[in-house]
Design a protein around this ligand. Structure first.
Ligand code: BV8
Length: 229
C-alpha cells in the first residue's frame, strides 16, 4: 500500500448540516422550498432578480448566525498538521471551514459572503442584503451586484487547481455530499484514475457510493474527527 502523501477532501452541505445550515436534498432541504431552476441559474436571475436575491439574502444572513462544528474543526486540525499536500475542495458557500481555521481551501461553487459586480467584475466581501441594489464598493455603480456563487450552467472556480490536486492525490475523501452535482460528483473517478484510495464519509450512501473503495455512514461530527484523529 503506497504511503499517503497527498490528500484531496471534497465537502458538501452535509458537513455544515449539524451547524444548522440547510442541505439541498434532504427532507426540508433548500431546493424543496424553491425549484432549482427558479433560484440557482443565470436565467433565473435575469428573469426574477428579486426572487434570487431574497433566496440568497436569507441564506447569507442565516450562515452568519451559525458556527463551525466538530467536522469543520477536525478538517482544520488536519490542515494544520498534515505535512504533505492537502486541498479541501468545498461545494459549500458558507464560511465555516475558514472560521474553523482551514487554510488550504477552495470554494468551487463560490462564497455567500462575497458580492460580484457585473459592471467592474470585482468581488467584494459582503454580509448584508443585495435586494436593495446597493452600489458596488469598487466602482460605485448601483444595482449590478450579484451573489458570488456558481449557478447551474456556470463554470465552477479553480477547476485547474482541483484537477491538478486530484491527479497527484494518494487519498480522496468525500464528506457530506449527495454526489448529485457535477463536475464535483465526478472527482472520485478522477482520483481513482490517478491510483488514489477513496473514502466516502456521509450520513447515507451517496449517488456515487459505488465508486468508493470504502464508505462509512453516520453524522459528519462523529465520522470526520474519528477519521482525522
Ligand atoms: C458546469 C451554488 C460546465 C449555489 C450549486 C456532467 C458534467 C458537467 C456538468 C453537468 C453534468 N451533468 C449535468 C451537469 C450540469 C450541472 C449539474 O451537475 N446538474 C445536476 C443537477 C445533474 N452542473 C453545473 O451546471 C455546474 N457547472 O457543469 O459547468 C463544466 C463542466 C465540467 C467542468 C467544468 C465546467 C455548476 C454546478 C454548481 C451549481 N451550484 N451551488 C448555491 O449554493 O446556492 S450546487 C449545490 O449542490 C451546492 O453547491 C451543493 O453543495 C451542491 C451539491 O449538493 P450537496 O452539497 O451534495 O448537498 P445535498 O443536500 O445534495 O447532499 C447532502 C448530503 O449530505 C446528503 O448525501 C446527506 O445524506 C448528507 N448529510 C446530511 N446531513 C449529514 C450528512 N452527512 C454527514 N453528516 C450529516 N449530519
Amino acid at each position: 500500500m503506497t504511503p499517503i502523501q497527498n490528500i484531496v477532501v471534497l465537502t458538501g452541505a452535509g458537513v455544515s448540516a449539524e451547524s444548522g445550515i440547510d442541505t439541498f436534498r434532504d427532507a426540508g432541504g433548500l431546493w424543496e422550498q424553491h425549484r432549482v431552476e427558479d433560484v440557482a441559474t443565470p436565467e433565473a436571475f435575469a428573469r426574477d432578480p428579486d426572487l434570487v436575491h431574497r433566496f440568497y439574502d436569507a441564506r447569507r444572513e442565516a450562515i452568519q448566525t451559525r458556527v463551525p462544528n466538530a467536522a469543520h474543526e477536525a478538517l482544520a486540525r488536519l490542515d494544520a498538521y498534515w505535512p504533505g499536500d492537502l486541498l479541501i475542495v468545498t461545494q459549500n458557500v458558507d464560511d465555516l471551514h475558514e472560521r474553523a481555521g482551514a487554510r488550504r481551501l477552495v470554494h468551487m461553487h463560490g462564497e455567500h459572503l462575497n458580492a460580484w459586480c457585473t459592471t467592474c467584475d470585482t468581488r467584494s466581501r459582503w454580509t448584508g442584503p443585495l435586494i436593495d441594489r446597493p452600489p458596488c464598493p469598487a466602482c460605485g455603480v448601483a444595482g449590478h451586484l450579484r451573489p458570488d456563487v456558481v449557478w447551474f450552467g456556470e463554470m465552477p472556480y479553480r477547476m485547474d487547481d482541483i484537477y491538478r490536486a486530484l491527479n497527484r492525490a494518494d487519498l480522496f475523501v468525500s464528506i457530506g455530499t449527495s454526489g448529485a452535482v457535477y463536475p464535483a460528483a465526478g472527482f472520485v473517478r478522477e482520483a481513482r484514475q490517478s491510483g488514489a484510495r477513496t473514502l466516502e464519509l456521509n450520513m447515507e450512501p451517496s449517488e456515487g457510493s459505488h465508486w468508493f473503495a470504502e464508505a462509512r455512514h453516520g453524522p459528519a461530527t462523529r465520522l470526520v474527527p474519528t477519521w482525522v484523529d
